[in-house]
Write a protein of this length. Structure first.
Length: 111
């Protein structure tokens, strides 16, 4: 997952970063419907991360007591930050290192 974000945010064939993250700061009361749509997409992303983490718990790479919801929210915050960093010119290599640091804080794999 983390490497996917580093690659996607720096793909030279697309604008740097993520429109869903970047556009979120440009909303006003007149665009509340757009803000809600963006929020729903970010919420869906967190749920997708949570599902993938739950699968990792079920398969064994993550321990059974992993707080998958909290970890998914944390990971989403990291990915959103990586998106902003890409918009500011961060390279894929830098974002991969960011992802490595973030995943180093994850619970130790099950034995």
């Amino acid at each position: 997952m983390p490497d996917e974000a580093a690659v996607a945010c720096t793909d030279p064939d697309h604008p740097a970063g993520c429109l869903i993250v970047g556009a979120a700061t440009d909303c006003s009361p007149q665009t509340a419907d757009i803000e809600e749509t963006l929020r729903a997409r970010r919420t869906a992303d967190v749920r997708l991360f949570e599902t993938r983490l739950e699968e990792a718990v079920a398969r064994g790479p993550l321990p059974g007591d992993t707080g998958t919801r909290s970890l998914a929210v944390c990971f989403a915050a990291v990915v959103q930050g990586m998106s902003q960093q890409a918009r500011d010119g961060a390279t894929e290599d830098r974002l991969r290192r960011t992802a490595e640091y973030a995943t180093a804080a994850w619970p130790a794999p099950s034995a």
